[in-house]
Design a binder for this molecule. Structure first.
Ligand SMILES: O=C(CO)[C@@H](O)[C@H](O)COP(=O)(O)O
Ligand SMILES: [Co+2]
Length: 268
């Protein structure tokens, strides 16, 4: 297989590179390439740099880094200093998922630390009751712009209970590179996949063919086909990858399911 650097270059997703414009995808492809982003939350934190290298060598495209502040979610993980340390040991694409109450406060620190994707929760920036499918909330739009201005790609994450339509205005305005659809309530690895939540990928894929749609939570060989059929192309898997006897085989299984669904063009 291609080296990570080659894969990232081929996918237009090298460190701090701007995402391909949504209208500039190669003809004949209706969605971006499959990208497998193992969550290092399930890795051995005592040997994190080695774990990152091992999983990239086994075929991971991105590394998913779950940042939890003990406030937005009832768990505490790691912050920008750890990302900066990992950056010294890895050229991989750092896909940072900020489960924090005040994501705007961390933009500069994560940019300096070497984060590539900065995905913040819509629910952390505005009250969901104040959001609409037809107009952008200034705080969300401003944060997405600040993330890009800091040199990172911008993503928005949705809890299982948050409707997909609330993110449409920011995609339509060209402010987002990725939407993360959570299929567990945020806070912990190893939870059960919520099948109902994955259905929100279909309207996103139908309306935005070139968007990175990431699914996160309870994804593994037994749930990937539903995720792929719904139209996701970026797959997060923590316990299924790091807990496996042969993580490389799990990564390959996840990728082939997404590629099969993309070839069929199915969105369910
Ligand atoms: O963001 C989260 C949970 O809040 C995820 O990234 C999980 O860490 C994924 O772990 P698994 O469900 O795949 O074990
Ligand atoms: Co995550």
């Amino acid at each position: 297989m291609a080296s990570v650097t080659e894969s990232l270059a081929a996918n237009g997703n090298g460190a701090c590179a701007a995402a391909a414009p949504l209208d500039a995808l190669p003809a004949g492809r209706d969605r971006p390439a499959a990208l497998i982003s193992p969550s290092i939350l399930s890795a051995d934190f005592a040997t994190l740099a080695d774990e990152c290298k091992r999983i990239v060598d086994l075929g991971a495209d991105w590394l998913h880094i779950d940042v939890m502040d003990g406030h937005f979610v009832p768990n505490l993980t790691l912050g920008a200093p750890v990302v900066a340390c990992l950056r010294k040991h890895s050229k991989a694409f750092f896909d940072c998922h900020l489960m924090v109450s005040d994501p705007a406060a961390w933009v500069q620190d994560f940019a300096k630390a070497g984060a590539d994707m900065f995905t913040f929760h819509l629910e952390a920036v505005a009250d969901v009751a104040d959001l609409s499918a037809s107009s952008a909330h200034p705080a969300v739009a401003d944060l997405a712009k600040a993330v890009r201005a800091a040199g990172m790609q911008a993503g928005v994450a949705l809890k299982p209970s948050t409707p997909a339509e609330l993110v449409f205005p920011y995609i339509e305005a060209g402010l987002l590179d990725l939407v993360l659809v959570l299929t567990v309530n945020p806070g912990f690895g190893g939870q059960k996949f919520m099948e109902d939540a994955v259905s929100k990928c279909a309207p996103l894929r139908a309306k935005f063919p070139g968007l990175h749609i990431e699914v996160d939570g309870g994804v593994g060989p037994s749930t990937i086909d539903a995720v792929a059929a719904a139209g996701a192309n970026v797959i997060v898997a923590g316990s299924a990858v790091f807990g496996a006897e042969r993580p490389g085989e799990v990564i390959a299984t996840l990728r082939s399911s997404v590629e099969r669904a993309a070839a069929v063009g199915a969105v369910q």
